[in-house]
Design a protein around this ligand. Sequence first.
Ligand code: IMP
Ligand code: MG
Length: 189
Amino acid sequence: MNKYDMSADIERVLLSEQDLKDTVARIGKEICKDYKDSPNPLILVSVLKGSVVFMGDLMRAIDIPCFIDFMSVSSYGAGTTSSGVVKIIKDLDTNAIEGADLLIVEDILDSGKTLYYLKQILQARNPASIKICTLLDKPERRTAPITADYVGATIPDAFVVGYGLDYAEKYRNLPYVGILKPSVYADDK
Ligand code: IMP
Ligand code: MG
């Protein structure tokens, strides 16, 4: 891979570093307020890899005790279209989540298929509660019946990268969220 300035591939910045800081602080406060009186352990479940940057910042914006865990899933189906059936690539390290408050931390809610199935898989293990926290939400694209409990920002139907989000595994390390220039992925479509 050639080394060059990645920002040249960004059409427009949607969330600056400061916007992201403010957003994470706001969500962290909401989470603390909602869970501070719960007697159950709070487990933040980060969905790899897109949510790792958000997770790293969010957990530090939460000042009540919590645990962290990670899952990796892939959506697979016939050809290029996702069936919405989720295959677990890496499961939680925590064996028993029964009686815990689970908070799924995602980078972006798009069609919603991934989280819809992930929520069902986790629900079957009898946690006390399951909620969803997503940094970004693209409601126009939703096909699965799912909504997030905490949303950082609602964004238009554009392909975005940065702050953990990738295109072909690239741009995750950009410190802001930006719309990728369509010319970057035009050849791959
Ligand atoms: P869903 O099952 O369609 O909601 O898929 C959500 C997943 O698709 C996210 O966790 C991302 O990995 C990926 N995704 C959806 N939209 C974007 C985007 O604009 N940029 C980068 N990844 C995206
Ligand atoms: Mg993802």
